[in-house]
Design a protein around this ligand. Structure first.
Ligand code: FAD
Length: 626
């Protein structure tokens, strides 16, 4: 048997274990542990040990191998004269990460940092202790390895607003080339589109498995007046089958796209896994970053940077590391005894895209919703061994279509959507309460009273998640102590601005209108009549009922941005300038989604790749490396 077949069999075994765990048939704990350790990591550690050597020197040290960090490290190391250390707290992807349909389970594995918000007063009432789950990837590939793979760049006006806010070089026309540089589009019908490129590293394709329900949803959206659109093209408004970061139906993460193809070919790119950076070393006199400290297998190491330290640890960990290193709000740092190097509003602002998890609709179809127990060994074999990209295994956690809407409430220009409907063929019921419910921290009673019956009856259904693009509520993040291995405190303050709830209510009403359209009626689509626990005091489906539901089934799509906000140094809300250099500190940049100044009209993964690509160009120009 060839080694590729052996590894595929191994992968199949791994996924079989994974789905068996989901069914709860066997000793769950033992198998959970096996999965969490990540069998692939054992092999990886044996075949590619990269034990750090203390006090090593590199030209660039990139902290965090996430979407932006992998992109940046890969581009910088294209020049063999440049040495790059890429330091990542997590391990490497296994077959579970590569199999799109199980995306919802990944939040229960050790490849999620597993953060939770502080208890929320006005949202997440359906979550245990009112704490919203805030997952983040802890793995080579970062959050791009555990996310839902939706590929979505944003609106022209988003980037023009970044530029207008003191960030020259970030207008739409200036960032589009970087989106294109990263993209390898295989989108039928868009082959000639100037908005898509076919030669970049990151695969973008339509999900090839399609349910009858998504066809009905797209048709009904058009019947309701929405145009069909390429939401990454000329105009966002409208409806589209989802574009996904998959390659032949498998997840294409930042690691798979940018690092895996080159890591064995470039001796100048050194990758250190299971290595958690605890501090950036900054010379107090010159205010210059010169290295990092990190932990690998319970031992402390120091690396030195000849040129720059680049922080790509994501929207929670980049601000955390800046603060641990003495850069942040003076009162917070002094309060916990961290010597101040530079006072900056790190973590003072955090925007996110909050959703309403629903409404859920039942249909008269059969066999269209993917229930975990319906995945058959034949489908596994077809997907894993025969490489068939059109099985339900390639469904990106059930997400099938997106619709971008403009509500009457919004006074933004007409081509700037404020609501997105995310059509998911499933709900908490589709994995029978074993994945998404736990990952999102939903209370048992939400599952038991709303979804359990659907799961038991294997009743076909779908959910329209309603997402607001431009919330007025602003959260924040801070340190509670100096422990670099602890969590930052995260208070997203969802729905402190009442109007955010009203936008979501408008979105729910828009979704109900689509359900009335003939295409939806043909499949018998109707609202799931299960009262949300805690909202019994309101008449079902009245405005007040939905407002209660919004504050209960509050579900973030994890697009936290602006914790290291980009802008002019004169702007007291910003941390880095338009070249992503930390204000007042030399040789230190932040390159990830934490720099995004406003909540974008998009999911945030594509922007992370764009930021990594653009940063690589800026850094190469600065150091004359081109
Ligand atoms: C569950 C989920 C689903 C999502 N779905 C989508 C989607 O479908 N489409 C979309 O566009 N967006 C989605 N997003 C958001 C999107 O994936 C992220 O915004 C984006 O990937 C973030 O990229 P980044 O480079 O900023 O950070 P990350 O990709 O999070 O990278 C940060 C990296 O730094 C590492 N790191 C952190 N601290 C340290 C340290 N101290 N030492 C060493 N390494 C460290 C982390 O382990 C991680 O690998 C989703 C997010 C989540 C959580």
């Amino acid at each position: 048997m060839q080694s590729t077949q052996i590894s595929q069999l191994f992968l199949l075994l791994h996924l079989l274990i994974f789905t068996t765990v989901a069914r709860g048939d066997v000793n769950r704990l033992v198998l959970d542990q096996l999965n969490q350790v990540g069998l692939v990591n054992l092999i990886e550690q044996a075949t590619r040990p990269n034990v750090p050597r203390d006090l090593s020197n590199y030209d660039f040290i990139v902290i965090g191998a996430g979407a932006a960090g992998c992109t940046l490290a890969a581009r910088l190391s294209e020049n063999p004269q440049v040495s790059v250390a890429l330091i990542e707290a997590g391990g490497v992807e296994n077959i579970a990460h590569l199999t799109p349909v199980v995306a919802g389970y990944l939040q229960q594995t050790s490849s999620n940092w597993g953060y939770k918000s502080v208890p929320q007063k006005l949202s997440c009432h359906g979550m245990n202790n009112n704490e919203c789950a805030l997952p983040r990837g802890k793995i080579l590939g970062g959050t791009s390895s555990i996310n839902y793979m939706i590929y979505n760049r944003g609106n022209r006006r988003d980037f023009d607003a970044w530029a207008a806010a003191g960030n020259p070089g970030w207008s739409y026309d200036e960032v589009l080339p970087y989106f294109l540089r990263s993209e390898h589009a295989q989108l039928q019908g868009l082959e000639q589109s100037p908005y898509h490129n076919h030669s970049g590293p990151l695969s973008v394709e339509y999900v090839r498995f399609r349910s009858q329900m998504v066809d009905a949803f797209v048709e009904a959206s058009v019947e309701s007046g929405l145009p069909r659109t390429d939401y990454n093209g000329e105009s966002q408004l409208g409806v589209s089958y989802v574009q996904a970061n998959t390659l032949n139906g498998r997840r294409h993460s930042a690691y798979s796209a940018y690092i895996k193809p080159v890591r064995d070919l470039r001796s100048n790119l050194q990758i250190f896994t299971f290595s958690q950076v605890t501090r950036i070393l900054i010379d107090e006199a010159t205010k210059s970053a010169y290295g990092v400290e990190f932990h690998y297998k319970n031992k402390a190491y120091t690396f030195k940077a000849r040129k720059e330290v680049i922080l790509s640890a994501g929207s929670f960990n980049s601000p955390q590391l800046l603060m641990l290193s003495g850069i942040g709000p003076e009162d917070n740092l002094r309060g916990i005894g961290i010597p101040l190097i530079k006072a900056l509003p790190v973590g003072k602002r955090m925007f996110d895209h909050m959703c309403h998890f629903g409404p859920t609709f039942v249909t008269n179809t059969t066999g269209q919703t993917t229930f975990t127990s319906r995945v058959t060994p034949a489908e596994l074999i077809s997907f894993l061994l025969a490489g068939n990209p059109a099985t339900r295994m390639s469904s990106i956690g059930g997400v099938e279509a997106l619709a971008f809407l403009k509500t009457q409430r919004s006074n933004l220009p007409n081509d700037w959507p404020d609501i997105e409907l995310i059509m998911v063929t499933g709900s908490l019921a589709s994995d029978e309460g074993t994945g998404l419910k736990l990952g999102a921290n939903f209370k048992d009673e939400i599952y038991d009273r709303m979804y359990r019956e659907l799961a038991q009856a294997q009743q076909d259904h779908f959910t329209l998640l309603i997402m607001q693009f431009h919330p007025k509520s602003v959260g924040r993040l801070w340190l509670k102590d100096r422990n670099p291995l602890g969590w930052p405190k995260i208070d997203p303050k969802y729905f402190v601005a009442e109007e955010d709830v009203e936008y979501l209510l408008d979105g729910i009403k828009a979704s109900l209108r689509i359900i009335e359209m003939p295409a939806m009626q043909r499949i018998g689509a109707r609202l799931l009549k299960r009262t949300v626990p805690g909202c019994e005091g309101h008449q079902f489906a009245s405005d007040d009922y939905w407002r209660c539901s919004i504050r209960t089934l509050s579900y973030t799509l994890h697009h936290q941005v602006a914790t290291c906000r980009m802008g002019a140094e004169s702007d007291p809300t910003t941390v880095v300038n338009h070249q992503l250099k930390v204000h007042g500190v030399r040789k230190l940049r932040v390159v990830d989604t934490s720099i995004i100044p406003f909540p974008p009209t998009a999911h945030t993964n594509a922007a992370a790749f764009m930021i990594g690509e653009k940063a690589a160009d800026m850094i190469r120009t600065d150091w004359e490396l081109i």
